[in-house]
Design a protein around this ligand. Structure first.
Ligand code: PDD
Length: 283
């Protein structure tokens, strides 16, 4: 089936959608994005994604192409016309098309593109077995709190992991884990969840915020602080969170089993709670 996609005010078949070759997203990675999960045909954590998008745009002094209400309407329409029950909506805003110049153009109109992707994620086999990660140096830029489309290093990280027979990579800076290539990273020790504190070093995950809220409600202790790979290897459990993976256990780090090497009880419980609670507030 040819998908219907959204480009700058128009709903078009994907084969007819076009963006200028002068678009700064294409030329300079001058763009930001969001990925919102769809479950049962509804959007998970839409409000959080819309707020983070607004923050990314503000940090880069980029125009907001539409209002939050319009954004929700576009998301809903794409989910409906493409009959997405389980999957995601990808959204990208760039500064728009202009003559190539390092300085921001004054008159460019932002480009807004959205498309859907169907994908089974709830019953992912990895949720039962856990995933393996390798550690890699975090050599990304210093404003990882802005969700930009500069994703080459995360792609290289995934490829390096695959080349070593692993699933993903955890990135390490100054001796401490920042986050995964496309997810936030956590360990569990003696019943306490430990995850990197918010700052410019990591993306402020929307799933992270929800999971930490649900964990606190379930009386699970949380420490938001940096941790090392050695501490992670000696932990009882490890897991990652993102819009597309929810809560996903990590059972191996650099070839060494974490805890028992099986999916741990806290990660399993948090995954269940997250799926149940976020479905309740889906729109
Ligand atoms: N990635 N950290 C990074 C570097 C990410 O790219 C992501 C999300 C997260 C988790 O954020 P959230 O919980 O808001 O999805 C953390 C998305 C899913 C992606 O690039 O596909």
């Amino acid at each position: 089936m040819t998908r219907t996609v959204y480009v700058n005010g128009e709903y078009l078949p994907e084969t007819e959608a076009k963006v200028s070759i002068f678009d700064r997203g294409f030329l300079m990675a001058d763009g930001v994005y969001e990925v919102t999960t769809v479950l049962d045909g509804k959007l998970i954590d839409f409000d959080g994604h819309a707020k983070r998008l607004a923050r990314s745009l503000n940090e880069l002094e980029m125009k907001h192409p539409v209002t939050e209400e319009e954004l929700l309407a576009i998301h809903r329409k794409l989910v409906e016309v493409n009959e997405v029950e389980e999957g995601l909506v990808y959204l990208q805003v760039t500064r728009g098309a202009a003559d190539r110049d390092f300085a921001y153009p004054k008159d460019a109109e932002p480009t807004l593109v959205l498309f859907t992707q169907k994908k089974q994620a709830v019953n992912s086999p990895a949720a039962k077995t856990g995933i393996s990660v390798i550690s890699l140096p975090d050599i990304r830029w210093g404003r990882r709190d802005i969700k930009t489309v500069q994703l080459l290093y995360p792609s290289m990280g995934k490829m390096a992991a695959k080349a070593q027979g692993a699933d993903d990579a955890w990135l390490v800076e100054d001796g401490f884990v920042t986050e995964g290539t496309s997810n936030n990273a956590y360990i569990v020790k003696d019943g306490v969840i430990i995850t990197r504190n918010l700052g410019n070093e990591i993306l402020h995950g929307i799933t992270r915020a929800a999971v930490l809220r649900f964990a606190a409600e379930a009386q699970i202790k949380i420490e938001e602080r940096p941790f090392t790979i050695e501490e992670a290897k000696a932990a009882d459990e490890a897991f990652v969170t993102s819009a597309t993976t929810f809560v996903l256990p990590v059972t191996k780090i650099d070839g060494e089993a974490v805890g028992t090497g099986q999916v741990g009880p806290i990660a399993a419980r948090l995954r269940e709670i997250y799926l149940e609670e976020s479905r309740k507030t889906a729109v």
